[in-house]
Ligand binder design. Sequence first.
Ligand code: AMP
Length: 130
Amino acid sequence: MATIFSRIIAGEIPCYKVAEDDKFFAFLDINPLVKGHTLVVPKQEVDYIFNLSDEDLAAMHVFAKKIAKAIQKAFPCQKVGEAVIGLEVPHAHIHLIPIQKESDMLFSNPKLRLSDEEFSDIAKAINSFL
Ligand code: AMP
């Protein structure tokens, strides 16, 4: 069965899309730690990120770099932090999180609750800097 992220990529489940190319897809995390929290996923359905080929793992990071630069322009921050957890969704993904301080990266922090309009505006804002 396809993962939830494959179904998002296929357009079967809605998302707030930020960008895509032939191999990768970026969309907003639905339970964001901060505004701009974005997920980067390979279109190839692989559970564990370190099971990607060297080439695909490198290309995923090159794609994530473009998204991170756009996030930083849309949401000025100290840095965009990168995290890989992958315990919830068995489809490799990188979390990109604009941070002002270390504790902004804590996944145990309460998640933001945003409206549909806020999510749409955030995705558009990031996309506008790509
Ligand atoms: P983890 O696998 O632990 O890295 O966590 C998966 C992440 O995917 C969590 O931060 C979820 O909020 C996020 N997530 C799960 N389902 C969706 C969805 N349908 N749209 C956007 N983000 C999602």
